[in-house]
Design a protein around this ligand. Structure first.
Ligand code: SF4
Ligand code: MG
Length: 316
């Protein structure tokens, strides 16, 4: 079985530029080859931190990341470089990850040239091919990033990622900054690429509606912990965790375009000083005494469906 497994334990928060790195506490996440896993939660829940750890660009203080069954930290030399290249991350704002002084052709072609994935002689053709795959016109390759729209810039970022022949792509809010119509185009592109190149995705989003359309499996995080995990249809048909239920009530459904007013009540507490017991208890409409003192374990409640809520013990 070819799989990617990340087991990550307790990452303590530390300030990193203006952004805060949030704690990820005892998360065990497996992404199987060919799968699309949606990772959902409010901002500050630790999903970006988890994504960076999984992509190998941020170390976990404890725990391991396994790539095709081998520990990533132990892969050295050519194996290590290949493993790193095969995981690519696509961020929300392509402008901050595209060198403004480089032409698109160099942005896309630099890494594959360095890593020997293409030769000088085939370089131009190689770049053209990546641009076409990302839905761009190769005749624009002499331009600079600022000469493109937000959606086109995201396509440049995608072409750059594809150019190193990845297997696994971590998308962190990759469509969040785009207009809804452009969002749909980019999401469709991700799905076409999955089919054509047999890609595996970890798709991180605060928006359950975005994740619904493309994920095989959905993982819901709250304050650094996974609270629910299930096949996509299962999460949307039978959400178990009160937090998931609250998140879902905020997604305008196709069958009932009315927005529910239930939603998630209250402010998200600080991830660096989370409430004891079940982290969700101050906002949970079903909280009872046990929730304030005891951490609920992530338990299997149906095949492939896990949830961390004490209610499953009392009503089960
Ligand atoms: Fe709500 Fe308690 Fe379940 Fe937490 S464990 S989600 S507080 S009912
Ligand atoms: Mg984030």
């Amino acid at each position: 079985k070819l799989d990617f497994t990340g087991k990550l334990l307790k990452k303590l928060g530390a300030p990193m530029k203006e952004e805060t790195v949030h704690a990820v506490d005892n998360v065990d996440l497996t992404v199987t080859k060919g799968e699309v896993v949606g990772l959902v939660g409010e901002s500050g829940c630790g999903k970006s931190t988890l994504g960076r750890m999984v992509a190998g660009i941020m170390p976990a203080t404890e725990g391991t990341i396994r790539w095709h069954g081998k520990e990533l930290a132990e892969l050295t030399g050519a194996d290590g470089r290949r493993a790193k290249l095969q995981t690519q991350m696509i961020f929300q704002d392509p402008m901050s990850s595209l060198n403004p002084r480089l032409r698109v052709a160099d942005i896309i072609g630099e890494a594959p040239l360095v890593h020997g994935l293409t030769k000088r002689a085939d370089y131009e053709q190689y770049v053209d091919e990546q641009m076409r795959r990302a839905g761009m016109d190769p005749s624009l390759k002499r331009r600079y990033p600022h000469q493109f729209s937000g959606g086109q810039r995201q396509r440049i970022g995608i072409a750059r990622a594809l150019a190193v022949q990845p297997e696994f792509i971590v998308c962190d809010e990759s469509v969040a900054a785009l207009d809804v119509s452009i969002q749909a185009q980019i999401l469709n592109l991700f799905m076409d690429l999955r089919r054509d190149l047999n890609l595996t995705y970890l798709f991180i989003s605060h928006d359950l509606g975005v994740v619904e359309h493309l994920s095989d499996r959905v993982v819901i995080m709250y304050l650094g912990r996974v609270v629910e995990e299930a096949p996509s249809e299962e999460v949307f048909a039978r959400p178990n965790h009160p937090y998931t239920q609250a998140l879902l009530s905020e997604v305008p459904r196709i069958e009932a375009r009315k927005k529910s007013f239930a939603g998630v009540k209250g402010e998200i507490p600080s991830p660096l000083n989370p409430p004891p017991g079940c982290h969700f208890h101050p906002r949970c409409p079903h909280a009872f005494e046990r929730c304030r003192v005891e951490r609920p374990a992530l338990k299997t409640i149906a095949p492939g469906h896990r949830s961390a809520c004490h209610l499953n013990d009392t009503t089960g």
